[in-house]
Design a protein around this ligand. Structure first.
Ligand code: CLF
Ligand code: SF4
Length: 515
């Protein structure tokens, strides 16, 4: 690496809080691989080199990558050809995060400039996704034009598409020709009777279909599109929204159907539903699942195929690591004024540095795992972590807008999901009400790892039976979780503490506040 590039990389590392251990800041629906390790944190595992190349820096297709790499969406696709009962695209709030919601709609040219602007400023942004705010394939010209422009100007960026699948069979050849290597299809049912409760209508071949007829056509087209893509070696992820009382028992069947058609990853996401969203499910009181309901379904499907558990149900204009949203830094007005300098060499050098840090995280975890060898125990413990990325415990309790949750056992630390919260520290003061919601969100955890915490929240957490742990501040969290767990087992064996299975936790509806 040349000296100038080295200096620039060092400067960028300082600018990216996720990669700097001390980087503290002040107070959509949106090849046949079989079972492999992609959805886990195990790195390449048993993936072929070809598949690994495709997923290694894709934050959605690799759980491990999502701690280090970012994605961005461009909202070029306003129209939709179906109606889902959990979607209301009229709703637009910059404090709201769920698929379909967006602040600005872009032309392909504006979108391509935005991609360059983000790529220049966030060198770990490796993936461009088009996920709405409607359906990308109901807006094919805008979608494909955007991908074409980006391929010409930023060739190292992976292209990713998320669709409801209705028009997918028509566009498989075009997707392949453009080297779009990652396609997500939202499949919530394979039984039209179930589908009729989720989709009131679809618009297909210039005709409106309703109820069971609509769901039958949609399902057929989704499964056909999936088969056509996987036959061409395009990596497919299936997103399914878990809707208690409607498809929660049916999703295991969906899981089998998509696995048999070559889907690489299955992402079962909780329904986001609140009356203020103005959706059918929000207004008729259909609730989302609890944390343990979601985990139980994901666990039951995991024997069948890779499960994604780190989805943040992003906005159609999201920018940044999955747990953050930097879209406010890249509004059209700001992007037009930015000095955009896309430097491929600098981006590659930066990503080489990311890979070194990533390897260090894995090595530290594997070393610690060895210390658990010979420990036989059925005990599992859930641990919440406050992190800004980079695999480290690098966030104050009061600043956390989400906690990442790991299930730790003698076989290792497994990521089981994230929990959104309102940050406890508001304008320099702790909010008691927020503490209650944080406790409910991580109620299934025995401990919460943070870089720092004040006395009031510390006492509140202890009272709720959750141990606040700040002694691993700035350390790697997987390694720290294993150390904590080994000591936990020793404390249980010595009689110092009694192991208790903890209760269920809330999944927060919506709100990831933009930074
Ligand atoms: Fe975007 Fe989707 Fe591509 Fe990822 S999101 S188009 S696959 S780059 Fe990822 Fe966001 Fe979940 Fe989607 S966290 S909503 S799964
Ligand atoms: Fe909304 Fe259409 Fe996406 Fe359904 S497919 S969530 S209706 S944008």
């Amino acid at each position: 690496m040349e000296l100038g590039t080295r200096k620039a990389v060092a400067q960028l590392l300082v600018m990216q809080p996720a990669l700097s251990a001390s980087g503290q800041k002040g107070c959509g629906s949106k090849g046949r691989s079989g079972k492999s390790s992609c959805g886990s944190a195990a790195g390449q595992g048993d993936l072929s080199p070809e598949i690994w190349e495709k997923v290694k820096n894709h934050p959605c297709y690799s759980e491990e990558a999502h701690h280090h790499y970012a994605r961005m969406h461009v909202a070029v696709a306003p129209a939709c050809n179906i109606q889902c009962n959990y979607c209301n695209r009229k709703y637009d709030c910059s404090n709201e995060s769920r698929p379909g919601v967006v602040s600005e709609r872009l032309t392909p040219e504006q979108a391509a400039r935005k991609v360059l602007a983000v790529a220049s400023n966030i060198p770990q942004m490796t993936v461009l996704g088009i996920a709405g705010p409607g359906d990308p394939l109901a807006n094919p010209e805008k979608t494909f034009k955007t991908f074409e422009l980006v391929t010409q100007t930023a060739p190292d960026i992976k292209l990713c598409l998320s669709t409801n699948g209705l028009m997918l069979p028509e566009y498989v050849d075009r997707i392949q020709a453009l080297n779009i290597d990652h396609v997500t299809i939202t499949i919530n049912m394979i039984d039209p009777e179930v589908g009729a409760k989720i989709y009131p209508w679809i618009y297909y071949n210039r005709k409106k279909y309703e109820g069971v007829d609509a769901a039958r056509i949609l399902s057929k087209r989704q499964l056909l599109g999936l088969e056509m893509l996987t036959e061409r070696g395009i990596l497919c992820k299936v997103n399914s929204v878990m809707i208690p009382g409607i498809n929660n028992h049916h999703l295991a069947e969906v899981n089998k159907a998509v696995k048999s058609r070559g889907a690489f990853l299955h992402n079962i996401m909780p329904l986001i539903s609140a009356p203020e969203h103005g959706t059918v499910f929000g207004l008729n009181g259909t609730r989302g699942p609890t944390a343990q309901e979601l985990k139980a379904l994901q666990d039951s499907c995991e024997g069948e195929m890779n499960m994604m558990r780190h989805c943040r149900q992003c906005r159609a204009d999201a920018v940044g690591l999955l747990g953050e949203d930097r879209s406010n830094e890249f509004t059209t007005e700001k992007v037009m004024e930015m000095d955009v300098h896309y430097d491929l060499e600098l981006r590659q050098a930066y990503q080489e540095d990311v890979e070194k840090q990533r390897a260090a995280v894995v090595a530290a975890r594997n070393e610690e795992l060895k210390t658990l060898a010979g420990n036989e125990s059925d005990i599992t413990v859930m641990i919440a972590v406050a992190t800004k990325g980079g695999g480290r415990i690098n966030q104050h309790f009061g600043h956390a807008k989400e906690f990442q949750v790991y299930e730790v056992s003698t076989s290792g630390a497994k990521f089981v999901g994230h929990r959104r919260v309102d940050n406890y520290c508001q304008g320099g003061f702790g909010e008691e009400e927020c503490l209650e919601t944080v406790i409910r969100a991580i109620n299934d955890c025995a401990a919460v790892f943070i870089s720092r915490i004040g006395n009031c929240p510390r006492e509140g957490l202890l009272k709720a039976g959750i141990e606040p742990v700040d002694r691993f501040a700035l350390e790697y969290f997987e390694q720290s979780a294993l150390t904590y767990f080994r000591e936990y087992l020793e404390r249980v064996r010595s009689g110092e503490i009694e192991h208790k299975q903890r209760g269920d936790a809330d999944i927060r509806q919506g709100a990831l506040i933009t930074t």
